[in-house]
Design a protein around this ligand. Structure first.
Ligand code: FES
Length: 785
C-alpha cells in the first residue's frame, strides 16, 4: 500500500493527522505510526542538544504522536500542553518522578536494601492530597519570604567569582553554577552546613536514576548512590527534629507537621527532603548554564545587558523560554481523552515537551528568535502551569538574576570558548555539563574601579516587569516643526532596524532620570524600518518631561526608550474613519491617517489648534491628504464644530481622537448617541484604578487552575495579591490603559476600572484587568489562573 493511501486510511479511521511516511508500528489505539514518530528517541544526541528543534517536525505536522520506543504519547504544542497542565484530574502527575527507564531486578534489590521508599512529593501527587499540602507548605516561597535569601545568594555569587576572576578562563558549571545553587538549595531547605557536601554528591545520582537511561552495569552503582542519598536525607531530617525552630523550609515543614499531622506526614517530609534538593538545585544550575551559553552566543544581547542591567530580569525570562532547564514533563491519562484531536486511551503515558511548547509559533511570534525584550516571554511553560507549577520558580529567577548581574558587572568582556557541549542523557533536565568561558583579566573592570564590586542592581522577585524592558536609541536629528514643537528622529545605535510598530503606538522616554519617564506617540511612517519619530510640545505647565527634552536633547545623544506599545489600535476593518486631533494630539492621528490612505479607506482629518504657526505638520498633512484634511486655527476664527460634525451617528464609522481633555470630554458627549464603542480616544493616564483603601472593600479570588484562594485586601490590587501568592500575571502600565494584565473571569461580577474594555466587553464580564479592576461589592471572583 502506498504511503499516501495509508495516511488516508489512517485519517478515515478517525485520526486527523496526516502521518506522512509510515512505519510498521501501530499505536495502542491501532493508529499507524509515522516513521518519524517511530524513530523518536529522547535519549539520542539530537534531542539532548536541542529538544525543540528535534521535535520541530511534530510541532508543525504531527503535534501529538505515539512513540513506540518510549511507550509514551508525545505532545508538542503550547495550547495542548497548557490544557494538560490545567486539568490535573484527567492528566495525573503521578508518573512525574517514575523512572523513565525501568531498572533491573538487581538494582531494585539494592534500592530495597536501603529501605528506599521515595513517596509522593509536591511534584507527583494527585488530588485531593496535593493541594492541602501545597497550601500548608507554600508560604516560604512567596516573594516576601524569598527576599531574606537575597544577601546569601549575592555573597555566594561574589565569593565564587572571586575564586576565578583573575584566571581568565573558567568552566562556569564546574567552578560555580553547580555548587552555588546547591548551596542555596540546602540553605533554603535549612540543611546544616556540615551535611552539605555529602548531599551534593548524591544529588546527581538521583537525576540519572529518575530521568536517565543508565546501562545495566551502571544501574547498580546508581542504585547504591540513591539508596545512600535516601538514608542520609532521613538522618539529616532526624537531626532537624532536634531543632525545629531553625530557619529553612524543612524545619518549617516539621513545625507544620505538628499543626497538620495528617497532611504533612513523616514519609512525605523524607521524600520532599530528597526531591527538594534536586528540584531546587539542578534546575537552577542548568538554567543558568543554558542562559549564559545563550547570552554569550548572542553577543549583542550580552552587550545590552552589560550596558543596561535593568534588562537582566527580562533576559532571564527569555532564556527560560528559549532554552530552559526543563525540557519535558510527564502525565498519565486517567480516562479516555482527546489531546489535539487525537484519541488517547485511559492509562496512557504522556511526555509533554514543554521546551517545544516554548517554541510554538502559534503562541510566540518568531519563536526561534532569541529576543531579550520579548513581551510575552514569561508565558513559557518551563515552570509548568496551574496547581503543580514549580513552587521554587521565584527562587530560581532570583538566583539567575544575581548570577547574571555578577557576571555582567565583573566580567563583561567574557567570551564563550571553543568547545563541544555534552548533556547528561535524560528526558527532562537539561543543561551543558561544562561551559568554558574566557576573558583577559588585565581588562577586568574592577582593577580600574574597585567601587564596582559594591554595586548592586535590585533584584526583581517574580515575573519581570515590562517597564524594565528598554533600549538605548540615538537621536539622529532634532528639528523644530512648529512654535514650541520639535521633532526627534531616533535610531538604534548599531543601525539595526527599530522594533516594528503600528499607528497609535507610543514610546516611553526616560527624560534625564528613571523617575521622569514620559510617553510620546509615534508620528512617522512605520514603513521606515530604521527610525522612530516623535514630536514634543514644550509644555510650560507640564510635569517637566517636555521641558527637559527641549532643553537637553541634541543630535547624537543617547536616550533610554521603552516600547513601542499600542493602546490606541486602528481598526482597519472600518469602512470610514473620522480622525480628530487637538494641538500636539496630531501625532498618533497623523500616523493613522497615513495608514488609512495606504489602505485606501474613506477618512477625514479634523485638526484644531491656536494658530497655524503652533500646529505641527500642517503642510505635510495637506500635501499628503489634500481635501481630506480640515484645519481649524483659532486665530483665523475657525473652530471645529464637533456637535455638527458628529450630529448623525453612522454605522461602520469609527472616530479616533487625541487632544486636550476638554476636547475629549466634549467628544464623549457628542458621540453618546452613536453605536457603542464608535469613539476611541488616546489615554496616556488614568486615575480610574487609583486605590483609596478607605472606600474599597476586601474580597476573595479563587484561582481555578491553581486551586488556591487569594484574599485581596482593600489596600491592594488584584495584581499585587496575585504576585504575593506567586502567581504570574504580566503587566505593563498598571493603570488600566494597556490590557497586558488581562485575565479571564469564570464567575463573579467585576467592577471594571480600566479604559481598555468596551462597554459590551464589560457587560460580558468574561475578562478583567487585574491592575485596577476589582470585585463588585459582595462578589467573589473565580479567575482562569
Ligand atoms: Fe496595563 Fe493592567 S497593566 S491594563
Amino acid at each position: 500500500m502506498s504511503t499516501v493511501s495509508e495516511a488516508a486510511a489512517a485519517r478515515t479511521g478517525g485520526c486527523p493527522v496526516a502521518h506522512g511516511d509510515l512505519s510498521a508500528e501501530r499505536s495502542p489505539t491501532g493508529c499507524p505510526v509515522s516513521r518519524r514518530a517511530a524513530d523518536f528517541d529522547p535519549f539520542e544526541d539530537g534531542y539532548q542538544q536541542d529538544p525543540p528543534e528535534y521535535v520541530r517536525w511534530a510541532r508543525e505536522q504531527e503535534p501529538v504522536f505515539y512513540s513506540p520506543k518510549l511507550g509514551y504519547w508525545v505532545v508538542t504544542r503550547f495550547e495542548d500542553i497548557k490544557a494538560i497542565f490545567r486539568d490535573n484530574l484527567t492528566f495525573s502527575p503521578s508518573i512525574a518522578l517514575e523512572k523513565i527507564t525501568p531498572t533491573g531486578p538487581e538494582a531494585n534489590a539494592v534500592l530495597a536494601s536501603y529501605g528506599f521508599a521515595l513517596n509522593r512529593t509536591l511534584v507527583n501527587e494527585d488530588e485531593p492530597a496535593h493541594m492541602p499540602r501545597r497550601r500548608v507548605l507554600m508560604d516560604p516561597f512567596t516573594p516576601e519570604a524569598l527576599k531574606h535569601h537575597e544577601p546569601m545568594v549575592r555573597q555566594l555569587a561574589r565569593e565564587y567569582v572571586d575564586r576565578f576572576i583573575d584566571d581568565g578562563r573558567a568552566d562556569l558549571v564546574d567552578q560555580m553554577l553547580w555548587e552555588v545553587p546547591l548551596t542555596v538549595a540546602l540553605h533554603f531547605l535549612g540543611v546544616p552546613e556540615e551535611d552539605m557536601d555529602t548531599l551534593r554528591q548524591y544529588s546527581i545520582a538521583h537525576t540519572v536514576n529518575t530521568w536517565g537511561r543508565p546501562k545495566p552495569e551502571e544501574q547498580v552503582a546508581v542504585a547504591h548512590a540513591v539508596g545512600n542519598f535516601w538514608q542520609f536525607a532521613g538522618k539529616v531530617l532526624d537531626k532537624m527534629r532536634l531543632n525545629p525552630d531553625a530557619p529553612g523550609w524543612m524545619p518549617y515543614g516539621l513545625r507544620k507537621q505538628k499543626e497538620h499531622p495528617e497532611v504533612v506526614t513523616d514519609s512525605y517530609l523524607h521524600s520532599m527532603m530528597m526531591a527538594g534538593i534536586v528540584a531546587a538545585h539542578e534546575t537552577t544550575a542548568n538554567a543558568t548554564a543554558n542562559a549564559m551559553k545563550l547570552l554569550l552566543q548572542h553577543p549583542q544581547a550580552w552587550r545590552d545587558i552589560c550596558e543596561d542591567p535593568g534588562l537582566i530580569s527580562s533576559a532571564v525570562e527569555e532564556c527560560l523560554r528559549h532554552n530552559g532547564s526543563v525540557a519535558a514533563w510527564r502525565r498519565l491519562a486517567t480516562k479516555d481523552v482527546q489531546v489535539g484531536g487525537i484519541d488517547i486511551p485511559a492509562g496512557s503515558k504522556l511526555l509533554i515537551v514543554t521546551s517545544s511548547a516554548n517554541h510554538d509559533e502559534a503562541h510566540f511570534a518568531d519563536a526561534d528568535l532569541f529576543d531579550i525584550r520579548r513581551d510575552n516571554a514569561s508565558d513559557h511553560l518551563t515552570f509548568g502551569y496551574g496547581s503543580h507549577q514549580c513552587m521554587g520558580k521565584n527562587l530560581a529567577r532570583m538566583e539567575m538574576q544575581i548570577f547574571l548581574e555578577e557576571f555582567t558587572r565583573r566580567i563583561p568582556h567574557m567570551k564563550i570558548a571553543e568547545q563541544q557541549f555534552s548533556y547528561v542523557p535524560n528526558t527532562s533536565f537539561r543543561g551543558p555539563e561544562h561551559l568554558w568561558v574566557e576573558w583577559d583579566p588585565a581588562h577586568n573592570p574592577e582593577r580600574r574601579d574597585a567601587a564596582l564590586l559594591e554595586q548592586q542592581v535590585p533584584v526583581r522577585i517574580g515575573e519581570p516587569s515590562k517597564h524594565a524592558i528598554s533600549r538605548q536609541m540615538v537621536v539622529q536629528s532634532v528639528t523644530p516643526v512648529a512654535e514650541g514643537v520639535v521633532k526627534l528622529r531616533l535610531a538604534t545605535p548599531d543601525g539595526r532596524p527599530v522594533p516594528r510598530w503600528t499607528p497609535g503606538s507610543h514610546i516611553d522616554i526616560e527624560c534625564g532620570s528613571p523617575e521622569l519617564s514620559r510617553q510620546y506617540s509615534l508620528c512617522g511612517d512605520p514603513a521606515e524600518a530604521d527610525v522612530l519619530e516623535i514630536a514634543v510640545l514644550r509644555e510650560e505647565e507640564g510635569r517637566g518631561g517636555s521641558a527637559w527634552v527641549h532643553a537637553n536633547v541634541r543630535p547624537g545623544d543617547k536616550l533610554k526608550v521603552r516600547g513601542p506599545r499600542n493602546h490606541f489600535h486602528l481598526d482597519e476593518s472600518r469602512q470610514r474613519l473620522i480622525l480628530i486631533a487637538g494641538g500636539i494630539g496630531i501625532t498618533p492621528i497623523a500616523a493613522m491617517a497615513r495608514r488609512a490612505k495606504a489602505l485606501g479607506l474613506d477618512y477625514e482629518i479634523h485638526y484644531s489648534g491656536r494658530s497655524r504657526a503652533r500646529m505641527a505638520f500642517v503642510d505635510e498633512l495637506a500635501a499628503l491628504h489634500g481635501e481630506r484634511l480640515h484645519v481649524y486655527a483659532k486665530e483665523e476664527g475657525l473652530r471645529c464644530d464637533l456637535a455638527t460634525l458628529l450630529a448623525t451617528p453612522r454605522e461602520g464609522t469609527q472616530v479616533y481622537a487625541c487632544g486636550p481633555a476638554r476636547m475629549l470630554d466634549a467628544l464623549e458627549a457628542c458621540c453618546a448617541a452613536w453605536p457603542e464603542d464608535s469613539l476611541r480616544v488616546e489615554h496616556f493616564e488614568s486615575k480610574l484604578g487609583t486605590l483609596d483603601p478607605s472606600k474599597e472593600h476586601a474580597f476573595e479570588i479563587e484561582l481555578k487552575d491553581s486551586g488556591i484562594v487569594v484574599p485581596v485586601p482593600a489596600d491592594r490590587t488584584v495584581l499585587d495579591a496575585l504576585r504575593a501568592a506567586n502567581i504570574d500575571v504580566q503587566s505593563d502600565c498598571e493603570e488600566g490603559l494597556c490590557g497586558s494584565c488581562e485575565v479571564r473571569v469564570l464567575a463573579g461580577k467585576v467592577d471594571h476600572r480600566d479604559v481598555v474594555l468596551t462597554r459590551s466587553e464589560r457587560d460580558a464580564n468574561a475578562r478583567m484587568m487585574t491592575c485596577c479592576s476589582r470585585a463588585c461589592a459582595g462578589e467573589r471572583l473565580v479567575l482562569e489562573l
